[in-house]
Write a protein that binds this ligand. Structure first.
Ligand code: SF4
Length: 312
């Protein structure tokens, strides 16, 4: 059994829209219990009738449809219900695991990060900022052909020479400056020894990386996860879009809030975080696009966004 937190407001709204004949008898009883429980803060549902399942059924009932059609008020209520119910850590963890399993079953391992060595991951993490990976590959191929893919060689190149080599990935002058800054720091602070750098704890490593010009949170976390192989979850625009459409968005839109959602509800496992992020990127690029292809999506029956009018 799982305990689902409710609130007096939610109970009042549920009472207002529930009509047992629309539900199976047993579910109606459970939901009735949810609404009328003497224990005002908690009610009990079986695992198979999790909070998400109940909310999904609500959306399908005759009574819920007029509320949905009303627009803001009805959807606001359902979102409110979801937020309250999904705050239960076990439910959130289960949903995140379920999403991962569905994506893994359909798309399989993504074998990230596509690089031959940790330093190449660090370079790629900077080059991929606002750039398609295909173009980053071309820039890295240029660096390899010029035998320049090492801290020493990148320091030796002049900024215009470096910018010219990485031209395919865009913003090449700015990115040349960022790479220069990275290799300068690596040489001065770690004598180009990545083992020494990666020996730090996740917190220390993150702090140090963030102190380097051109390295923001997503880039730092990509380096920590994919180069240092330490368990930190990378958040990007695809992850935010998918997670908010599914109905698991945290209260705040900040990077930290999204990261905490994963890191507080999943085991700290670098292999899991590696594949999970890569799978979300794959889904975001190919299916959960700006205009989502919900009918092709393996998450459709657990996603709050996939109303017929929103999917193509
Ligand atoms: S069902 Fe649609 S909105 Fe939801 S994750 Fe899939 S593509 Fe995105």
């Amino acid at each position: 059994m799982v305990f689902i937190k409710t609130s007096p407001f939610l109970k009042g709204r549920l009472r207002g829209i529930l009509n047992p004949p629309s539900f199976s008898k047993s579910l109606a009883l459970k939901v009735s219990h949810l609404c009328h429980s003497e224990r005002s803060e908690e009610s009990v549902l079986s695992p198979s009738e999790s909070a998400f399942f109940v909310v999904s059924l609500l959306r399908m009932t005759f009574e819920a449809k007029p509320l949905l059609r009303e627009g803001g008020r009805g959807i606001g209520f359902l979102n409110y219900a979801n937020i309250v119910l999904m705050r239960n850590t076990r439910v959130t963890g289960k949903r995140l695991q379920d999403i991962y399993q569905r994506l893994m079953d359909v798309y399989g391992p993504q074998h990230w990060w596509p690089a031959e060595a940790p330093f190449e991951v660090m370079v790629g993490a900077i080059l991929t900022q606002s750039a398609a990976w295909l173009n980053v590959e071309k820039a890295i191929a240029n660096l390899k052909a010029a035998k320049a893919l090492s801290p020493q060689e990148l320091r030796r190149l002049s900024p215009p020479e470096l910018a010219n080599l990485i031209r395919p990935c865009g913003y090449y002058n700015a990115k040349a400056g960022k790479l220069k800054s990275l290799v300068q720091w690596l040489g001065e602070c770690y004598e180009d020894n990545l083992n020494k750098l990666f020996a730090s704890s996740i917190g220390q490593l993150r702090q140090q990386l963030l102190s380097v010009y051109g390295i923001g949170q997503e880039t730092a976390d990509s380096i920590i996860l994919y180069a240092a192989n330490k368990p930190v979850f990378v958040i990007d625009a695809y992850t935010r879009r998918i997670i908010s459409r599914i109905g698991l968005a945290p209260d705040s839109n900040s990077y930290t809030a999204y990261q905490s959602l994963f890191m507080e509800n999943l085991p700290a496992d670098a292999g899991l975080f590696n594949e999970y992020h890569a799978l979300l990127v794959y889904l975001g690029k190919n299916v959960c696009r700006h205009r989502p292809l919900c009918r092709q999506c393996c998450l459709q029956n657990i996603c709050h966004f996939s109303f017929p009018q929103n999917s193509v």
